[in-house]
Design a protein around this ligand. Structure first.
Ligand SMILES: NC(=O)c1ccc[n+]([C@@H]2O[C@H](COP(=O)([O-])OP(=O)(O)OC[C@H]3O[C@@H](n4cnc5c(N)ncnc54)[C@H](OP(=O)(O)O)[C@@H]3O)[C@@H](O)[C@H]2O)c1
Length: 333
């Protein structure tokens, strides 16, 4: 049995407000994987907004290694379900190696696409967008759709599915470069920078007939503006509320426009991606065909090395990513 040096990221101190590098520590461990276990070398890890509330609500313990989605290659295995050289997805990112009995692994079968796509457009964030928009949001062809955090991993997929369904799409994001990306590359009809433009005025300009579906990623002022402009029988699938995640208890800013839910019989419904596991085969088939015919584009922002994982999480919360935020942990060699 060989001993391996592994580096992993621990939570050093629970943050209040925006996390800082000092809230994290990098710890070196020695691993000697038992012969009956599977050794996975992590290649890429996913960086997700939900990691932030987990730092303050006790989900991630101070002094413990952090958790998160990762894709890796099986280096050692006596389990025929996960042969050496196969690729697997699991929830033990933030470390270079993962030792497991295999129960937490999902085999990844690529069809020529890059491995990293299975951590976003063909993975969890893609399925979040697909299920959240089509199932929870009950999207119909040619509706008026508003998407917040639209240049991010989930939002960018939502915008494009809505365009594929013939919808008019308005989208908000936090920089002029992202506005250009959404309009010029993803075909969004009307994008705006919420940091420099009024959200309400922008929505009236972009969707003058009102909103049928607001795909909610942000909360607070975005929800306040969108809720007031929902059309009769509109739907608000609530995917996330990133504007609240640095607040104690992830409490969002107040919303003053909820009475429009009565007047226009609007439905607001939260969801989690696990609800859509049964759609995975259909999702993969649709998504692969949309990527192949050029109607589904994706971007990645990749930081290099496990030591960059805290910076990647902080950067995600500050909007440094376009498309999916990832950390590369090792070469596939
Ligand atoms: N329900 C589920 O199962 C599920 C699964 C996955 C993700 N989610 C949720 O989906 C949302 C998007 O997740 P993602 O993984 O795709 O992340 P992402 O959109 O790729 O990255 C987060 C983005 O949020 C924006 N942002 C940060 N602070 C903000 C603020 N105060 N106001 C407005 N925008 C802000 C930043 O972009 P800007 O430059 O535009 O500010 C940043 O790039 C999150 O709310 C997440 O919690 C839910």
């Amino acid at each position: 049995m060989t001993t391996i040096t592994n580096r992993e990221i621990h939570l050093a101190q629970a943050p209040t407000g925006m996390p800082e590098p000092a809230h994290f520590s990098m710890v070196e461990t020695q691993i000697t994987p038992p012969a009956d276990q599977i050794l996975v070398k992590n290649l890429y890890m996913s960086v997700d907004p939900a990691m932030r509330p987990a730092l303050s609500n006790g989900q991630t313990k101070v002094g413990a290694v952090m958790q998160g989605g990762a894709i890796g290659r099986v280096e050692q295995s006596a389990n025929p379900d996960f042969p050496e050289g196969s690729y697997v997805i699991h929830r033990c990112g933030f470390r270079e190696f993962h030792v497991t009995d295999g129960r937490d692994l999902r085999l990844v079968k690529t069809e020529g696409e890059s491995l990293t796509t299975h951590l976003h457009v063909l993975g969890g964030t893609g399925l979040t967008a697909y299920g959240g928009l089509l199932v929870t949001g009950e999207l119909k062809d040619n509706e008026n759709v508003f998407v917040s955090a639209a240049a991010g991993a989930v939002g960018s997929v939502v915008c494009q599915i809505a365009k594929i369904k013939g919808c008019r799409v308005a989208a908000s994001c936090g920089s002029d470069e992202k506005v250009a990306y959404l309009q010029d590359q993803l075909g969004v009809d009307y994008a705006f920078n919420y940091k420099t433009q009024s959200i309400s005025k922008s929505l009236r300009a972009g969707l003058p007939e009102g909103i049928d579906v607001y795909f909610e990623n942000v909360g607070g002022a975005h929800l306040d503006a969108a809720c007031g402009q929902m059309r009769p029988l509109g739907r608000i699938p609530v995917c996330g509320m990133i504007s609240a995640y640095n607040n104690k208890g992830a409490r969002s800013e107040g919303v003053t426009t909820l009475s429009n839910m009565i007047y226009n019989r609007v439905t607001m419904k939260g969801f989690v991606v696990y609800e859509f596991d049964h759609l995975r085969e259909q999702f993969l088939s649709d998504m692969r065909s949309w990527i192949a015919d050029g109607r589904m584009q994706y971007s990645e922002t990749i930081m290099d090395g496990i030591e960059q994982a805290p910076a990647a999480l902080i950067g995600l919360l500050q909007g440094q990513n376009t498309g999916k935020m990832l950390v590369k942990l090792a070469d596939d060699a």
